[in-house]
Design a protein around this ligand. Structure first.
Ligand SMILES: *Cc1c(COP(=O)(O)O)cnc(C)c1O
Length: 428
């Protein structure tokens, strides 16, 4: 495939946008080459500026769970836009989407909308600190919770890809309040809590990790965190920005039956518009301004276009619960197909999957935490990425990312993808 126009557009972009992109992983630094510029997208396909059609496995990093330009979502946005795009005043649709989200997700009474997953996680931690009157937080190596200062400590995907786990600009003062734990290692968490007795406000975790590839929690891990939090007056924050409204209607809390104290959302909840949200039981949420002392605000929060897209998306997912089953089955089909090819061709690999999240690692050991995820062969991944791209399959341009399956993918698309894998691995 030819990507001439994309490369020309990238050259122009680099003159006025740092690195030519507004979010680093888009720049292809980890895999080499120039990024693809998208012209439009429909269903499971991207159409780029050179006229290529690509089968999309990123789906805007998760939000487009029903495929691109899904008519009910697009129509809802168009209809709203005609009536004004922002007021900075309350609108009825904010209550509608809040009611729906609260009804779909277990264990939450109230929800507040913000503009990104980053904002949701940042605000959730502030709320946890305000509620518990403690300062320190525990996060896990390889988990990503957006780019706010407290989280840029071994932060998975983007940050890992660029070898800057601790970004300059994050002060030592901020970093010292973020304690780093190993994913899937309960004893490690326990010992951190012991040596910081009475100081920890919250544990924030991707309950299924998706930013170091896809890493499901081992049996008993989330349950163990829940007990530790209960025993030590620590709030448990599930960052469900990636997993919320994807792995089940009610996210990981529903799927794995473990309750969090605060849950954060993003991606799917906005239907492809900039939306994040955080939610908890009433007692905790009432600590937020204007009811309580913890400040949090946003000029464009609850924006009518964003709420219209989100409401249309959640409504579809709520009315057709079969969607989750259907995308899980598609993902399983893809998993089996790719595994078969890689085994036949004797390519060293580990495939992780849960629901509609899947990642292919070019390493033979189980991938269960950040260290084991980092063992994967990056050179092999680069070749794999470009091989797939040349056959019109767009996977994430980094070995640390999950592939997101959309309901728009057909079994023919999946077959084409498996065929592309089998051609690609010939030249690995
Ligand atoms: C994407 C992501 C975020 C950040 O969301 P943005 O909308 O990019 O700010 C936070 N947490 C997780 C788990 C994510 O996958």
């Amino acid at each position: 495939m030819i990507y001439k126009r994309s490369s020309a557009l990238f050259a122009e972009a680099q003159k006025v946008i740092p690195g030519g992109v507004n979010s680093p992983v888009r720049a292809f630094k980890a895999v080499g080459g120039d990024p693809i510029f998208v012209k439009e997208a429909k269903g499971a396909y991207l159409y780029d500026e050179d006229g290529n059609r690509l089968i999309d496995y990123i789906n805007s990093w998760g939000p487009m769970i029903l495929g691109h330009a899904h008519p009910p979502v697009v129509n809802a946005v168009i209809e709203k836009a005609r009536k004004g795009t922002s007021f900075g005043m309350p609108t009825e649709i904010e209550t509608k989407i809040a009611e729906l989200a609260v009804s779909m997700v277990p264990n939450i009474d109230k929800i507040r909308f913000v503009n990104s997953g980053t904002e949701a996680c940042m605000s959730a931690v502030r709320l946890a600190r305000g509620f518990t009157k403690k300062d320190k937080i525990i996060k896990f190596a390889g988990c990503y919770h957006g780019h706010s200062d407290s989280f840029l400590i071994q932060a998975g995907s983007g940050a890992v890809t660029f070898g800057s786990p601790n970004s300059p600009g994050v002060t030592e003062g901020t970093a010292k309040d973020t304690l780093l734990a190993r994913y899937n290692d309960l004893e490690n968490v326990e010992s951190i809590i012991k040596s910081n007795k009475g100081e920890i406000a919250c544990i924030i975790i991707e309950p299924v990790a998706g930013n170091m590839g896809c890493i499901p929690p081992v049996k008993g891990f989330l349950e163990g965190l829940r007990s530790l939090c209960d025993a030590h007056d620590i709030l448990l924050i599930f960052d469900e920005v990636m997993t919320g409204f994807r792995l089940a209607k009610g996210g990981v809390q529903e799927l794995l039956g473990v309750d969090a104290d605060i849950v954060t959302f993003g991606k799917v909840i906005g239907g492809g518009l900039p939306v994040g949200a955080f939610a908890a039981r009433e007692e905790i949420m009432n600590h937020l301004a204007p009811l309580g002392p913890v400040y949090q605000a946003g000029t464009l929060s609850g924006n009518p276009l964003a709420m219209a897209a989100g409401l249309a998306m959640l409504t579809e997912l709520n009315d057709n619960a079969g969607i989750f089953d259907s995308i899980d089955k598609k993902t399983e089909y893809l998993h089996k197909g790719i595994a078969k090819v890689l085994e036949e061709k004797k390519v060293v690999h580990t495939i992780n999957r849960i629901g509609s999240m899947i990642s292919v690692h070019f390493s033979e050991n189980p991938v269960v935490d950040f260290e084991s995820a980092a063992e994967g062969n990056n050179e092999t991944f680069k070749k794999f990425f470009h091989g797939m791209l040349n056959q019109g399959i767009y996977i994430a341009p980094s070995a640390f990312e999950t592939w997101f399956i959309t309901e728009a993918l057909t079994y023919d698309d999946l077959e084409d993808t498996i065929k592309a894998v089998s051609i690609t691995v010939e030249s690995l």
